[in-house]
Write a protein that binds this ligand. Structure first.
Ligand code: FES
Length: 79
């Protein structure tokens, strides 16, 4: 069983509309998206699923301390 892997700052992406699954364990090879590594690494975590309505820039939390998952709220700067 692996512990979550925490990054520092967020990953900035230009997101498109549709259903998305963002990684919450940090082990995905396709960050910031889930690739199923949370199961392979037996983290006990699940992805954060979100329906994106409009295309635009997004900042996806990688420190996993945000209060607004999956989006960065600046918590990485207060750690
Ligand atoms: S690979 Fe990290 S939550 Fe799925």
């Amino acid at each position: 069983m692996a512990d979550p892997r925490h990054g520092r700052g967020p990953i900035e992406i230009y997101e498109t509309p549709g259903k998305k699954a963002y990684c919450t364990c940090g082990w995905s090879a396709s960050l910031p998206y889930c690739d199923g590594a949370h199961n392979r690494m037996e983290t006990g975590l699940k992805s954060c699923k979100v329906e994106i309505a409009e295309a635009g820039p997004r900042w996806v939390c990688q420190c996993h301390r945000t209060g607004t998952p999956p989006w960065c709220d600046g918590s990485h700067e207060r750690a």
